[in-house]
Design a protein. Sequence first.
Length: 108
Amino acid sequence: MSLNIVGAFWVVSFLFVITHGVDWAYAIAAGIKGKVVVPAVSGMLLGHLTATIIVAAGIGALVASQPITLTIIVMIGAVYLLWMGANLILKPSAPSANSERASGTWVN
């Protein structure tokens, strides 16, 4: 593998981490609600690192040689999203005892 390919891979990985999206909205919301932001950002970075390792390990080559693998990965992702959606419908979030913090009343 050439050094140019490795460099391009890490540049794209870095851009993947710093791109705004739902994960950064979550980190900002955690900070606004007074929660600790470090675990939120650490979890996001760990997820990005895991995705980078999976790609670096060669999931693309596996999918290219075994096309059914992509279908299996997509189905697993779809089942996970359905499970998350069902949990949101069956167990919606409710205001907690700390809801006055979100309304602007700060208790120290």
